[in-house]
Ligand binder design. Sequence first.
Ligand SMILES: O=C(CO)[C@H](O)COP(=O)(O)O
Length: 251
Amino acid sequence: MPVRRRIVGVSLKMYMGLERTQHWLHAVADMAASGLPADVDLFVIPSFLSLSDARTIFAGSRVAVGAQDVFWEDAGAYTGEISAPMLAEAGCRFVEIGHAERRRIFGETEDMISRKIDAAVRSGLVPVLCIGEAAKAAPEDVVLDCMAQFATATAGIEKTATVVFAWEPIWAIGAAEPASADYIAAVARGLREALASWPNMRLIYGGSAGPGLLDQIGDAVDGLFLGRFAHDTDALRRVLAEASNSTATSA
Ligand SMILES: O=C(CO)[C@H](O)COP(=O)(O)O
């Protein structure tokens, strides 16, 4: 069986100021230089204001950079917005779209998310599409719920597009612990089956993820989307090592 590459992402949300972000980015760059496992991809999503620093600090490394949001138009009179071509020009490879916080706090709708996905793909960015269920439910119902959201969001793109499906149970975001290993494995299995016709899809789990989780869930997902538990770069290093180990067991 071919070995699946693993992928780990980190979003810094709005937790750190510019200086603290710079320190964190340097620490991640040092860690990557001394041993980012060859079979693991890493992407980092700082705030818009730190994208330029991230591009400089990760230049020549295997760490990819992403943005936390994007507007759906490419250019024009849209005060305060950032377009996909601007992100591509700023060195972004990834763009996060549809995070639960953006849906809840900023009123993002399925239609807006779908237009953002289209814009990202049009500009050659890889969307990190965040999808999750509001409450714990039977795995088959979670899969149906998430796939309905996914179908709307991706209605305008080809199935050959490269997309990261960031499954984030809303109830597990900002919590003390992630969803249980059994729950993650059951939902991930269903999502993988439902996504079988998307050859370039990578499925990652987010929601209070940190060290120890991949050891429990093995290769149920392609990787993790980390938040708070990657602020400590030693914790991130441990997650990357676990990602590499779980690749080996899936071979
Ligand atoms: O976006 C997330 C990961 O980057 C997600 O919301 C999880 O955040 P966390 O609860 O701080 O792990």
